[in-house]
Design a binder for this molecule. Sequence first.
Ligand code: GAL
Length: 421
Amino acid sequence: MWQGRVGVLALVVVAILAGIPMCGAGGGGGDNQLEVYSWWTGPGEEEGLAAMAQEFEAKNAGVAFVNAAVSGGAGSNAKAILASRLLANDPPDSYQRHAGLELEDDVRSGKVQDLTALYDREGWREVLPQGLLENLTIDGRLYAVPVNIHRANLLWYTPAALDELGLGGPPKTWPEFLAQAEKIKEAGRTPLAIGPQWTQKHLFETVLLGELGADKYEQLFAGSLRWTAPEVQAALSTYQQVLSYSDLRSASGDWQPQLDRVVQGTAVYAVMGDWVSGYLEGTKKQRWQQGYAAVASPGSDGVYSFLSDAFTLPTGARNPELAEKWLVECGSTEGQNLFNPKKGSIPARVDADAKLYPGYLGWALAQWRDPKTRIVGSLAHGVVANNAFNAEIDSALGLFNQNGDLGKLAATLDRTFEATR
Ligand code: GAL
C-alpha cells in the first residue's frame, strides 16, 4: 500500500532542533517495508513518485512502499534531516541524491554502497549517457541509479504577459533582461519572481552561466578561474542588478508560489528548473506555448545545465534486497516513463520513447539529445560543487542580501572554494 509522506515542516524543525532521527515518523524498519526518502511532496513530483511506487508494489507482492518524503524545494529540509539520520546510523532503505559532487561526498564518507554489480546485471551502462555515468562514478565504481534529467537554466513566462507589455520576446542576454525589467517595473509589475534561499542560488548560477559562458562557468567550479577575476566580479554585479528587480523582500513560499505569481501575471519572469512544467501542466492546467512558455535563460542558448535525481543504497539499510528491487524500478524504462511525464523531467535512459514526452518535455528531450548542445552541471542541485562549498555559498549569498558588498562576496567565495576543495 502506498503510505502517506512525512511532509510537515513543523515536525522537521522540531526534529532538527532536538536532533531526533525521523525513522519512526517515516515508518521504515519492517521486514516487508521499503522506506524511500526524497523531497518530493509537491504536486507533479509526488504523483510521479507514487506512480513508480505503485508499480514497485505491483511487481513485489506483499511489500509496502513507505514514502518518507520531507517537504521543501531542492531538499532544503530533507537534506538536513537525512544528515542527522545518517549520523545516527539510521538510514532509510534508499534516499534521493543528485548526481555529481553531492553524491561524491557520501561515497567518500562511506554512506552509500557500491552498485557496480547491479549496473552490470541490469546493463545500465549501455542505456545511460556517458556524461551522466561519469557523475555517478567515483574511482571506477557506480553509486546511485538516476531516474531523470532536469534542466536548470530556464526562464519561464506567459506569452500573454509579454504581449500585454509589448515586449516582443523574452530577453536573450542579461543586459537585455535589465532593459526589459525597467519597462516592466514602470508598468507596475515585478520583473522577476524569486523564492527562498535556494532559488536565489539557482538564479545566481544561472546569471554566472549566462554572463561567463559555458567554458568559464566550468573553469570557475573546477578552480581554474578565480572568483575574484574581473569577469567573475562583473557577473556578480549583474547578479546583484538582476536580483534588485525581483520580489526578494516580499517573496514567501517555495518555488510553486514563485511560479504562481508568473501565471497570475503579477510577476513576468522566473528562473527555475523544469520541474515547473510538471507543476504548471498538472496543477495549473496550463499548456506549453499557450498558457506558459520557457526559453534558455539569458546568455545560455544552446547550453543545457543539467541535474539528475538518483537513488542510493545506503550502508546499513534495513532491507538491502528490497532496496535493490527499488533501484531496478528506478533504472527501468517502465519506471522512468511512469515517473518523468508527471515530474516534468526527461528520462535518464537514452532508449525512452520520445512520443511519451509531448509539449515542453518534447522540446527538452530534443535539446538534450542534440549533439550540438553543450552540457554543463548545476550548482544548486549538486553537480558542480560539493556540499561544503554549497553551504558556504548559501551563507555568502545570505550575507550579501544584507550588505550588498560585491567585493566581500567575491573574496569570500574565493577563500571558501579553496578551503572546501
Ligand atoms: C531539485 C530536484 C528536483 C526538484 C527540485 C525542486 O533539487 O532535483 O527533482 O525536486 O529540486 O524541489
